[in-house]
Design a protein around this ligand. Sequence first.
Ligand code: KET
Length: 417
Amino acid sequence: MAGRAIARSNMRAGKRFMSTAGWWSHVTPAPRDPILGVTEAFLADTHPSKVNVGVGAYRNDKGKPVVLQCVREAERRIAGSKFMEYLPMGGSVKFTEFAIRLAYGDEADVLNDKRVASVQTLSGTGACRLFADFQKRFKPESLVYIPIPTCHHNIWRDARVESRLFRYYDPATKGLDFSGLMEDVKNAPSGSFFLLHACAHNPTGVDPSEEQWKEISQLFKEKGHFPLFDMAYQGFASGDTEKDGQAIRIFMNDGHQIACGQSFAKNMGLYGQRVGCLSVICSTPQESVAVKSQLQQIARPMYSNPPLHGAEIVSTILSDPELKDLWHKEVKEMADRIISMREALRFNLEKLGSKLNWQHVTDQIGMFCYSGLTEEQVDRLTREFHVYLTRNGRISMAGVTTGNVEYLANAVHEVSK
Ligand code: KET
């Protein structure tokens, strides 16, 4: 066809196309995100007494977001940094070195032996997603077992990793279903991957005890399962980063080759900086070099390399003993405030004469209280009392303050009596 004829035919094709339906007319709106959608609804509400106990983001006792002093000081120190170039694909090596020391302990053999492959990730979500993609690429037939209930399971769905559920929470006791968990671990095909929350399980606030972790670790050994730890709350659960790392240490000392996704969103208050780390324990230094190179290879065509600023803040804090001490003190203050709000919520519910047992409010740990409220009760809380939370009855204790705890307790009592 001559040039002009081609142009005419293209124009006709274009006209035909313009007159048909749009490119995206088959796209329907995605459902509201069960967690982040709660914030959107909260922001749209103009009621003066509204309370947001939806998303897991820390607030001080005035209900305001917090910038830690150690973060302010780190920012001051790096303000003169002129480094604005790309980080390597695997992110800041200084940052990942300090992050894995925090997770595994300064003296861990796996670190001395250089057997840990680590890359900087887009916070905890990015760490889990990168691992899911890695699992799909190098163990394509494997399954991932996810606790019931959990958040974030869509990460594995989108990575096309086939998933199964394992029992974790017992609604009757509002505590751990340990025998159900052990049975499901036992019945899973050998060599399965399990998603475990290192501490402060989201959404239940229920963790295995030290003894129970040891038993789980032993059973994993017998079955040859792979433990992937999602550690979004180190320091935030008990106020002590070592204690909150105990599950990781137990599995590591039992010789498991674990993977761990760390987030600095909550424990350093760096939510929007998206700073996290994925680490994988390998059997030899050579293997860890290979694994790291492949993790980078997955990151490269997706987002190329991670952002710089948050990683600089974290490595400045973790590499300076004085700033690290300050951070420990501040993370403990956050954990303690949450623990005191648990006591206040329970106290107020009991004071109102609630006939229900609210002991789980103080037994559970970390950012969330898995209240046991039904979806209908949650809907009433939101509709009648302007209290915003996820429909599974999860209350983010970080949003509770001395100013709103009585109002919240009263609302919870009204819908649950
Ligand atoms: N793991 C757990 C256990 C977790 O609770 C969160 C966040 C993440 C990972 C991911 O956090 P990131 O900001 O990517 O480092 N949970 C809160 C926010 C969210 O859903 O993304 C929440 O449950 O409210």
